[in-house]
Design a protein around this ligand. Structure first.
Ligand code: C2E
Ligand code: MG
Ligand code: MG
Ligand code: MG
Length: 287
């Protein structure tokens, strides 16, 4: 073990294996701590969804929000999903965490205008849960959010496992009126066959492609190729990661109808989401 640590310490360029070991211990401990605290955070609500606006690229109007998990940890401060979703998945906590987040998000969404959709991320672990669809529909029932206002997002990278089970879940969602978006499109390797037979309702182009469009002809042609493919498949597209105003019209003209990104807003708490929706009402009234 020491050999490996020494080797990896060298690879890390630290040249100090004691330092590396201490570092690794601290990481393992932090991980264990996060897993323990997450149970508490679900119970006391310090982990909760924030909402990133999704905008109609033609009109600029907010047509929905994506719920993104945020955790205000008492010691570590604001934690990003990357720092705890994976731990929740490995520690058997993603199903209760996701139920907790959806319960809040669905309730919050009932306060938005009825044409505003709620987009919600589903983990690969949930996709393998035979009760997933039932659990989600039950929460919608409890909170009073119509299933037709929910769009679940499934990352292209998780679509490699049991595709038959996934398709059954998708069909059950569709029967209930829930839509399905293929998230992070371009980062996985769905076959064209899957794209057709999974009956997705939307593709979300991964932010890495969108963010590299500025100043790169190659990235721009790649995004245009994705837009062409979606058009051929009859799938509407959302672009993630729009930071630059200048990308809006090329995306729109290429056939991308919806977008989200820091150019519009990052994910915000419910009060702020309501305020953003209010600005839209004011803009409409004065138009
Ligand atoms: P995602 O579903 O692809 O969500 C979009 C991510 O892009 C969010 O990161 C968002 O903050 C970020 N983003 C949006 N616009 C921009 C932009 O203009 N610039 C940049 N640099 N980033 C932008 P976030 O919130 O850190 O979430 C990361 C990932 O964690 C999500 O990627 C999703 O896969 C996962 N995640 C978040 N919340 C949940 C959840 O409740 N359940 C599950 N299963 N996964 C979640
Ligand atoms: Mg982030
Ligand atoms: Mg997403
Ligand atoms: Mg994404």
């Amino acid at each position: 073990r020491a050999d490996i640590a020494l080797y990896r310490a060298k690879m890390n360029g630290r040249g100090n294996f004691c330092f590396f070991e201490a570092d690794m211990d601290a990481q393992v401990q932090k991980r264990a701590r996060i897993e323990r605290d997450l149970r508490k955070a679900i119970a006391d609500g310090t982990v909760r969804p924030h909402y990133q606006p999704i905008v109609d690229l033609k009109s600029g109007v907010i047509i929905g929000f994506e719920a993104l998990a945020r955790w205000d940890h008492p010691e570590f401060g604001q934690l990003e999903p990357e720092q705890f979703i994976g731990i929740a998945e490995d520690g058997g906590l993603i199903i209760p965490l996701s139920a907790h987040l959806l319960r809040i998000a669905a309730r919050d969404a009932t306060q938005w205008p009825v044409d505003t959709k709620l987009c919600f991320n589903i983990s690969r672990v949930q996709l393998a849960d035979p009760l997933m669809v039932l659990r989600i529909l039950q929460i919608l029932g409890e909170t009073g959010l119509s299933p037709t206002r929910l769009e679940v997002e499934i990352s292209e990278q998780v679509l490699v496992g049991d595709i038959v089970a996934a398709k059954e879940a998708f069909a059950a969602f569709h029967t209930a009126g829930v839509r399905i978006a293929l998230d992070d499109f371009g980062t996985g390797n769905s076959s064209l066959q899957h794209l057709r037979t999974c009956h997705f309702d939307r593709l979300k182009i991964d932010r890495s492609f969108v963010m590299s469009m500025a100043g790169s002809e190659e990235a721009t042609s790649l995004v245009n190729a994705i837009l062409g493919l979606s058009k051929a498949l009859g799938l509407p597209v959302t672009a993630e990661g729009i930071e630059d105003e200048a990308l809006i019209s090329p995306l729109y003209e290429g056939g991308c109808s919806e977008g989200q990104g820091f150019r519009f807003s990052e994910a915000v708490p419910q009060e702020e989401a309501i305020r953003l929706l209010g600005q839209r009402a004011t803009a409409r009234a004065s138009a």
